[in-house]
Design a protein around this ligand. Structure first.
Ligand SMILES: [Zn+2]
Length: 393
């Protein structure tokens, strides 16, 4: 499974922009081992939580709650010096994660789906932990002028703050990625916005298969789709083959697995970089941006899922939303239904299936690229939504 690469930014639920800054850690051999050991201990705790719930239910029909499990932390720490050395918040975090797994399970059951029962996490499936109260300098602290991160129970780990981080530091997350390196994510809230001057331009953006995105502005080039995953496919296949040729649980197999993970990580990074550059350009050039609400489209479940995954539109729109917000731009998501069928010049419905690439209106004679026409409809929908909001306010 390719590792999910954090998009880098996300919106805060309570005002202000929340931003995640990602920094590489340079660990010594013993720090490496200590971090891995911490993850191992947390994984055991997580699995223990799952097992306890499962057994209580199958044997006695009793549900164990998070509160009950939280209350056991003290006893566990009194019993086991290794757990006593792990920061209290990390143990709580592991229990919360198990609780979330069950909450998700029950929610999906209620919704009439048939989800899989929460499972134990195996080797390589628990590679991160979060200090939830870094705001009060608990668990992890930047020190030595920002050149070290003091991690509870690990020591002073070398960190490279290759960029400024702004806002109020809330949480610090430590994680290991597929390349085998450790990283620290600083979660900051109330990051100040940097307002851009107005340009007088408004744009609709249609995301597509043929090109990554098309804008409503005539003469603008479509944004090409780089398809990094496809490009890496051959190398991935070779690397994957190496894994399957090697003996299970062997060191050589694990090594081969790491090179597969490294390739996936590279693809994810390329994609993310492309999305940032593209989003930044859109935000710089336009005061008002309209995009499709992809949640409504539900494309990812259909036959196009692989391209959808590769293009990573969801992640792109998240980045766009964040960048627009912190630049003081207005962004509106619209229901994309019918936007490819309607004529953007006169509003008449011109039915066409996916293979028809040109919109030619028999009513008013307007002819345009299919996606440009759709992007214009998206802009129009966004503008009327904005008007409706202004009237309501
Ligand atoms: Zn027309």
């Amino acid at each position: 499974m390719p590792e999910v690469y954090n998009s880098g930014e996300r919106r805060g639920s309570v005002g202000g922009v929340v931003r995640v800054y990602d920094f590489r850690l340079y660990t010594t051999r013993s720090q490496n081992a200590a971090l891995a050991r911490t993850c191992w201990l947390l994984r055991q705790l997580y699995n223990g939580c799952i097992q306890e719930r499962r057994e209580a239910w199958t044997k006695q029909r009793v549900s164990v709650t998070k509160r009950v499990q939280d209350a056991q932390v003290k006893a566990i720490r009194a019993h086991d010096p290794e757990y006593a050395a792990v920061h209290f918040h990390l143990l709580k975090d592991a229990i919360s994660r198990a609780d979330l797994a069950f909450k998700g399970f029950f929610r999906r059951c209620k919704a009439g789906q048939t989800p899989g029962y929460p499972r134990f996490k195996g080797r390589g499936q628990y590679e991160s932990f979060t200090f939830t109260d870094a705001a009060n300098r608990r668990g992890a602290i930047l020190c030595a002028g920002g050149s070290r991160l003091r991690i509870h129970g690990i020591g002073n780990v070398k960190i490279k703050l290759h960029r400024e981080h702004e806002g109020k530091l809330k949480q610090i997350r430590i994680l290991r990625r597929g390349d085998g390196h450790w990283y620290a994510q600083l979660v900051c809230a109330d990051v100040p916005a940097k307002l851009l001057s107005t340009t007088g331009r408004e744009v609709g953006v249609d995301v597509g298969i043929k090109s990554f995105a098309v804008t409503s502005i005539d003469g603008d080039y479509p944004i090409r789709n780089p398809r990094y995953h496809e490009a890496a496919q051959a190398r991935l296949a070779v690397a994957q083959q190496k894994v399957s040729g090697r003996k299970k649980k062997s060191k050589r197999r694990r090594k081969a697995q790491r090179s597969v993970a490294r390739l996936h990580l590279k693809v994810a990074r390329q994609r993310r970089h492309f999305q940032h550059v593209t989003a930044l350009q859109l935000v710089k050039e336009n005061d008002f941006i309209c995009v499709e609400d992809l949640n409504i489209k539900g494309l990812a479940q259909g036959f196009l899922s692989k391209q959808v995954y590769d293009a990573g539109w969801g992640q792109f729109i998240d980045i766009l939303v964040y960048k627009a917000e912190s630049a003081g731009r207005e962004l509106v998501k619209v229901n994309p239904r019918g936007t490819s069928q309607a004529c953007s010049a006169c509003g008449v419905i011109v039915p066409k299936d996916l293979s028809v690439r040109v919109h030619a209106c028999p009513d008013c004679g307007y002819t345009a690229d299919r996606d440009v026409n759709a992007a214009k409809n998206i802009l129009r929908l966004g503008q009327s939504l904005r008007e409706a909001r202004r009237l309501a306010a």
